[in-house]
Each structure stands twice: as structure tokens, then as C-alpha cells.
Design a protein around this ligand. Sequence first.
Ligand code: ADE
Length: 249
Amino acid sequence: MRLDVISIFPEYLAPLQLSLIGRAVRDGALDLAVHDLRDWTHDRHRTVDDTPYGGGAGMVMLAEPWAEALTEISDRAEEDAEAPADRPVLLVPSPAGIPFTQRMAEELAGREHLVIACGRYEGIDQRVVDWADERFEVRLVSIGDYVLNGGEVAALVMIEAVARLIPGIIGNPESLTEESHEDGLLEYPVYTKPAVWRGREVPEILLSGNHAAIDRWRRDQRLKRTAQVRPDLIAALGADALDPRDRAV
Ligand code: ADE
């Protein structure tokens, strides 16, 4: 996968050099580039913002540096592509976007080229988003119902959620199968040694060696946990998601 991130604070994206994603970049499994939007400004002050039309607090990001950056990045990708490629996906983190979910992460993990435009201040001139539609599949995406200072942290969140789903990036692919949100339920609680810690025992069933019983216990725990903290997820399950034994929990 090719991944371009544009920001006025490229240093904010430094954590991408660490851990599994850093290794994937070094191994060539992920072709990641972080760009400074100011490289596409032409004035002495490298200006990227101005006051909003219609008045109001804060500043709005200028359209032109974004358009030049996005044009160059998509042209470069087209030149590098050996065969005609799909339109790249342009992700614009915004509290006004559609919710980012595990389903979206799965879908994005199958794409060839993602570009993330990290806005700051009150956001990017809307005309960029409308214009970019010609070259990109554009999506305004929110990582939750709260407001951040800019899109960088949201970009880190989305990159981590997507990159770990790309084959060859996560250490143990099996650990992807029983995770929270994979099938609409939260994950079960986990325990490791010692069997008794500060007087607290590991649930006996986990020491029994009875794998069918352990699987049933884990499924019950997932159902109970999800019903307690995320009843909305239980309500959203499809008709065939529960079996008769689940209904007893
Ligand atoms: N930028 C500011 N707040 C955001 C949020 N909640 N999600 C994505 N991008 C943002």
C-alpha cells in the first residue's frame, strides 16, 4: 500500500516510525511518505491560512497549497504505477465526517493508495474537497464525537487501524480474528501467569484444558461485556449473529 500524509506539522506523524508500522515501512510492505503542506506555498511567510468569509472565529486553510500538494502526489503515484490503478482514496479527518469504523478500516486495507489531508484551525476551504473529487475518492472521516486540534492524531488512529489489517504487517494474523469489533462483539477478558495474583484467581475454566467449554465461556463473556457497555452493538447484530445458546446469556 502507498500512503501519503500531508500536514503542517509533519513531526506529529513521527510515531509512524515505531513498532509494527515502522518495521513495515522499513521492510517495504508499506510505502509511507509524510509531506509538509508548506512545501507547496510560494510566499515568504509560507502562508497556509486566512480569515473565514462570512466572519467567525479562527482561520481557514487556503485552497491553493492543498490543490498543488494533492495534484503532485496523485501525479507521482500515477507515474509510478505499473498498471492503471484505482482512484486513490483521499481521507480528510474532520469532526463533521462519517464515523471511522472497523468495517471502513477493513475496506481501506484493501486499497492501493490512501492520501490523508490533515487540516488544522477551523478546517480546509470546502472548495478543495469538492475539487478533489475529480482525482480522488474523497471521504470526510471522524474518529469520534469530540473535537481535536487538527487531523494528525486522527490520521495516526486511522493508519494504525488500517495498516495492521494489511497481510504481512501484524505479527500474528490469528490475533485479528477474535478482536473487539471484528464480528460486532467486544473481546473477552484475558489472563496470564501467575494463576493466583494478589489473591485473585484466574477463572477456573481457563485452567481446565476443555477447549469447547473455554470457547463457550469466552463467547458468554463477550456477550455479557457487550450488553453491559455497548448495548447499541447488540441491537445492531444481524439476525444470524446469535445462536440459541447465546440467547440464554
Ligand atoms: N479533527 C478534529 N476533530 C476530529 C475528529 N473528531 N475526528 C477526525 N478529525 C478531527
